[in-house]
Design a protein around this ligand. Structure first.
Ligand SMILES: [Zn+2]
Length: 242
């Protein structure tokens, strides 16, 4: 399969970047995925000129798809979390129901399909929220570290030095890395399936070698996480913990 990146079409005042893949097929097809990535698949023999012309004709449709995913993403990411009984919470890709119970101590217990919050005062929402976020944080520390160790062979193989793995509440990104060689993962990721956590982690590891999103970066990412695009798309279940 041949693949070209860095292409774009103009629509109004916006530039829409897309990835072009040539495959053994008869017709051109366009896909817009929830991460707003546009992928054009064209037959091997089609010229770039022809492809651009065809994509240009569908620019309106493509732009509409992107806008739809954007508004969907915004409402999904920032859905208000109420921290009340019956509300759904995700933990490592699984759904759990919150059950707020009054008790003597204060703790969070994962029990079957429930996340039980034991609190002294059921009406103190703020306290319930911080209890749950603290619990997520403890779980994230454990799980993210485990996954980091699982992928540390990449560091050795690629001769990458990592300083520290950190967990932060990021608003708009799943992860990032710093010049000092620290990898930062979004606490909210603990809600995602393990495959997604791994994807973000390896994505950031790759950035320690390549700071850009160029072909070398994607080459490396694809070598370690072959189906990274699929995993990236599954991240949409995650809500931002505020
Ligand atoms: Zn990146």
């Amino acid at each position: 399969m041949k693949r070209s990146e860095g292409l774009y079409i103009e629509y109004g005042t916006t530039r829409i970047p897309f990835i072009l893949e040539y495959k053994n097929k008869k017709t051109l097809s366009i896909a817009v995925t929830p991460d707003k990535q546009v992928t054009i698949t064209a037959p091997y023999e089609s010229s770039l000129e022809k492809v651009l012309e065809k994509v240009g004709k569908r620019a309106g449709w493509i732009s509409k798809q992107i806008r739809q995913f954007e508004s969907y993403e915004a409402t999904l990411l920032h859905r208000k979390i109420e921290y009340v009984s019956g509300e759904t919470f995700h933990y490592m890709g699984r759904k759990y129901r919150l059950k707020v119970l009054e008790g003597l101590g204060e703790e969070i217990i994962k029990d079957g399909r429930y996340i039980k919050a034991i609190v002294k005062n059921k009406s103190n929402q703020k306290n319930i929220a911080s209890l749950i976020i603290n619990w997520y944080r403890l779980e994230a520390k454990k799980i993210f570290q485990e996954r980091f160790e699982r992928y540390s062979y990449i560091l050795k193989r690629e001769k990458i030095a990592v300083n520290q793995l950190m967990i932060r509440r990021l608003e708009k990104r799943w992860g990032s890395c710093t010049e000092a060689g620290n990898i930062i993962l979004n606490l909210s990721l603990i809600q995602a399936p393990i495959q997604c956590i791994d994807y973000v982690l390896v994505h950031e590891i790759c950035h320690l070698k390549y700071l850009h999103h160029g072909p070398k970066f994607y080459n490396m990412l694809g070598r370690y996480i072959e189906d990274w695009e699929k995993r990236k798309n599954r991240l949409h279940i995650v809500r931002i913990l505020e």
